[in-house]
Design a protein around this ligand. Structure first.
Ligand code: APR
Length: 237
């Protein structure tokens, strides 16, 4: 199945869901996690992206998130992000489900976004539980603290942690009612997010994958387009 067929499926659909991963932000200069120069090639997730790592060394974890925030702050949405904004405008029922914490979909102008893994521009207090937006990069003092004096943590979901309440149910609902699920820039290795792909397929959706490399679902999807999101999405939408 090729680009033309995928274009037609998308054009004819009134209910569309999109699942994005780090690959859609790669062309904005933000490293992916598992690609050739991916973050997990340089750093160990167990040292930086778990509650245990944070309890062990909050400063180390914050130094890393502070570095990522500075990187992301310099980045701009690319043609891939912008194409999804156009798609949202065209579709009566649309949901953008992202694994990304970089906020570039918001910056591009997307509206209905489900952030499965949280938001790097938010903080949460480890004592009082409050959470708030903070876009300062670099942060003036590490580690940052809450007004209550409690230690703040990044507003993201770490390995081994549950997703935000109700988020996965909303994402499954959107995937189940979609006529087309468009999957962009994810290695489809991290669950429960990757589970949305077979879930939508079983519910009868056409699944279109746009990715630089094959994924474990490349043979299951209806159309697997290999290439960059910034090039292919404008052609698809
Ligand atoms: N266009 C399309 N796809 C791309 C591009 C691009 N320009 N650049 C890279 N890719 C693809 C890679 O081939 C890879 O399959 O994007 C995928 C990115 O995969 P990962 O780095 O594993 O990122 P992701 O799937 O989003 O990771 C899921 O894992 O580390 C955790 O919480 C983190 O949300 C993240 C989750």
């Amino acid at each position: 199945m090729g680009l033309e067929q995928a274009r037609e499926w998308l054009a004819n659909a009134t209910a569309v869901a999109v699942l994005t991963g780090a690959g859609i932000s790669a062309e904005s200069g933000i490293p992916t996690f598992r690609g050739a120069s991916g973050l997990w090639k340089q750093y160990k997730p167990e040292d930086l992206a778990t509650a245990e790592a944070f309890a062990r060394d909050p400063l180390l974890v914050w130094e890393w998130y502070n570095w990522r925030r500075e990187l992301i702050r310099k980045a701009q949405p690319n043609a891939g992000h912008r194409a999804l904004v156009r798609l949202e405008i065209q579709k009566p029922r649309f949901t953008l489900i992202t694994q990304n914490v970089d906020g570039l979909h918001d910056l591009a102008g997307s509206g209905r976004i489900l952030k499965l893994h949280g938001d790097i521009w938010r903080m949460r207090c480890t004592s009082c539980g409050s959470n708030w937006p903070d876009r300062r990069a670099p942060l003036p003092k590490l580690p940052p603290h809450c007004g209550c004096g409690g230690l703040a943590r990044p507003g993201v979901v770490w390995f081994g942690e549950p997703l935000p309440d109700g988020m996965m149910q909303e994402a499954e609902h959107a995937a189940a009612e979609a006529q087309v699920l468009l999957v962009v820039g994810t290695s489809a290795l991290v669950y429960p997010a990757a589970g949305l792909i077979p879930y939508a397929k079983q519910a009868g959706a056409r699944v279109i994958q746009v990715n630089l490399e094959p994924t474990p679902y490349s043979n299951m999807v209806d159309c697997a387009l290999e290439g960059s999101a910034g090039e292919l999405l404008p052609q698809l939408i």
